[in-house]
Design a protein around this ligand. Structure first.
Ligand SMILES: Cc1cc2nc3c(=O)[nH]c(=O)nc-3n(C[C@H](O)[C@H](O)[C@H](O)COP(=O)(O)OP(=O)(O)OC[C@H]3O[C@@H](n4cnc5c(N)ncnc54)[C@H](O)[C@@H]3O)c2cc1C
Length: 355
């Protein structure tokens, strides 16, 4: 059976980002790489959005960038502007195509459907696939988004709506998210923060239909694209295995309070490539103990007091746009952290802290 220097299990966002980073930094000129991926074909399946707090390799896959965003509570709206860190959306279809066409050109890279097709005994393995099914009773961010197109120009294409809590909460945390790609095209998502067991929250089609009709006042539209997902808001417990480095969601690259993962994956890929000659001995990359701790307390409050979350999220954004963007993108300093923490209701956070 064939052997490879490196194996990447899962050719999704993290696996392909890492392979691309290795390739463009000439790390696969005299090394071999096997990518194990089960999917039959690559097509647009996700829209990855984030604040561009540092540059990445995929500017040519960006659908649109924005400098303005709003957050809505049931009776209020707050608008922020930031020219330094635009919010960007990436078309996953373009991302897969760009990376795969680059990788296919290197004969040191091979593609397989199953790990059992190769000998992995002496390889360094980067894994992005969960080993077992994750606990549905824990907290997840689950959602469905549709890209709609309208016959008339109705969207303000310069401003995104990050969170609109003016909707049915059903004893959990629920908001809508709107990204206007043009004056007549937008991605609209219904998002829940809850356990994944409650099927009654998953009437996403109906939720979207009602929101588009009643909140946005749009009667006539067609659906171009649908995406659906569930992001665990907890870190799966796994044993550290020799010569296996976890990447992507499995590697803890999701910011638990927000679900943002894409740019963290890019940072992790750069870290691995920088340390590739001694990756077994390198420190395990993480998003920072500070954010892990703060998110844990935040999610405890969320689980205990879902009814308070619309107000808590809304108030979090009542600060400078630089502060909130850097905080949500794990790039804040201590002053900025204190600024955000000071917006939180003291008593319930203190209780959650000592819980
Ligand atoms: C619909 C959706 C929208 C999202 N939007 C955002 C966003 O806007 N911003 C953001 O920052 N994050 C977002 N995320 C979160 C995160 O960025 C993505 O989930 C991202 O794809 C995680 O990358 P990954 O490589 O860990 O997992 P994936 O991209 O899911 O890659 C895992 C790969 O492993 C393959 N696989 C599965 N089982 C096996 C197996 N047994 N053997 C081999 N291969 C296997 C899968 O086919 C897949 O290609 C979103 C997630 C979803 C689901």
């Amino acid at each position: 059976m064939r052997e490879f220097d490196y194996i990447i299990i899962g050719g999704g966002c993290a696996g392909l980002s890492l392979a691309y980073e290795l390739e463009i930094n000439d790390k696969l000129k005299d090394k071999t790489l096997a990518i194990i991926e089960t999917r039959e074909e690559y097509k647009r399946d996700k829209t990855w959005s984030f604040w561009r707090v540092f540059d990445h390799n995929f500017n040519d896959c960006v659908i649109k960038s924005w400098n303005n965003f709003t957050v809505n509570s049931s009776d209020n709206s707050h608008e922020l502007t930031n020219k330094k860190f635009p919010y960007q959306s990436i078309d996953s279809g373009k991302f897969y195509k760009k990376i795969n066409s680059k990788l296919y050109a290197n004969s040191n890279i091979s593609f397989f459907k199953n790990l059992s097709e190769i000998n992995s005994d002496n390889s360094i393995i980067f894994n992005s696939v969960h080993k077992k099914e994750l606990d549905k009773s824990k907290l997840w961010q689950h959602f469905q988004g549709i890209e709609i197109e309208t016959p008339k120009n109705i969207f303000d294409e310069d401003i995104i709506n990050l969170m609109d809590f003016n909707c049915d909460q059903r004893n959990d945390v629920h908001f809508f998210y709107t990204l206007p790609f043009s004056k007549n095209k937008a991605l609209i998502e219904t998002t829940w923060l809850s356990a994944l067991e409650d099927q009654s929250l998953m009437d996403y089609d109906l939720q979207l239909e009602n929101y588009i009709k009643n909140n946005l006042g749009i009667k006539n539209y067609k659906i171009n694209f649908t995406e659906k997902g569930a992001i665990p808001l907890f870190y799966p417990s796994f044993k550290k295995e020799n010569k296996i480095i976890n990447i992507g969601s499995v590697g803890g690259m999701t910011r638990l309070s927000t679900g943002y993962t894409f740019l963290n994956i890019q940072e992790h890929s750069k870290y691995i490539v920088k340390n590739i000659e001694n990756i077994d001995g390198a420190k395990i990359f993480n998003l920072g103990k500070k954010y892990q701790f703060l998110d844990k307390v935040f999610l405890r409050v969320l689980e205990k007091h879902p009814e308070k979350m619309p107000k808590i999220f809304f108030n979090m954004f009542k600060t400078s746009s630089n502060t909130i963007i850097k905080f949500l993108s794990n790039k804040s300093n201590i002053i900025e952290d204190i600024n955000i923490i000071s917006k939180m209701p003291k008593l319930i956070f203190l209780k959650a802290l000592f819980n």
